[in-house]
Design a protein around this ligand. Structure first.
Ligand SMILES: [Zn+2]
Length: 198
């Protein structure tokens, strides 16, 4: 003996691992008799994990789409909200994965070569995550992107760089930059601020 009969309706067998588990261990699933998945959550999660291990570029694509398309994503402000679009496909990411030998990287991470441009096959490459973080830090310090406000604090425009402002508005790059770094309160009647991604 020593076998405890569990109340029948509270439990079910996982068809993957074969273990009798509490029904709370199964996700809801339409189209089954008991409206629960036939695999337990543990087995399901393991399967998903194995899948992304086998096809890691699909995980990349899901993360890109989330940044670009989902306002609830923590990174949306730095991507979708800035107009960065996901214009790369799973097959293109797969191609880059092998082209860049991402399988040899410790923590493969997708990099946009030009930070202000979209996710496209031409603008993407796999690099080491730590290098990607350092690159993003350098770009935000260099003030790749900056914003122009009027003196009332209303946003007028977002610019690619201080040099772009100089070229377009014929005002000095150094003055804009000095305002961005806080050495000047305003310059040419506007407040200029680096647009930090974090
Ligand atoms: Zn299971």
């Amino acid at each position: 003996m020593g076998y405890v009969m569990l109340p029948k309706n509270q439990n079910k067998h996982c068809t993957k691992c074969g273990v009798l588990k509490d029904k709370s261990q199964f996700s809801p699933h339409k189209g089954t008799k008991d409206r629960l998945a036939s695999w337990c959550k543990g087995c399901h999660n393991q399967c998903v994990k194995n899948y992304y291990k086998k096809f890691p570029w699909l995980g990349t694509l899901i993360k890109i789409k989330s940044r670009c398309n989902n306002p609830k994503s923590g990174n949306y402000a730095s991507y979708g909200a800035k107009g960065i679009q996901c214009l790369i496909t799973k097959d293109e990411l797969k191609y880059l994965w092998f082209r860049d030998k991402a399988f040899n990287l410790k923590n493969p991470s997708i990099d946009r070569i030009k930070a202000e441009e979209n996710y496209t096959i031409e603008n993407c490459k796999y690099i080491e995550l730590i290098d990607n973080i350092h690159k993003a830090g350098r770009e935000s310090r260099q003030g790749k992107l900056l914003q122009q406000f009027n003196l009332a604090g209303k946003l007028i425009a977002t610019w690619k760089s201080c040099h772009a402002v100089e070229r377009k508005l014929k005002i000095k790059y150094g003055g804009v930059s000095a305002c961005c770094t806080g050495r000047l309160k305003k310059y040419k009647g506007f407040i200029w601020r680096y647009y930090l991604t974090k």
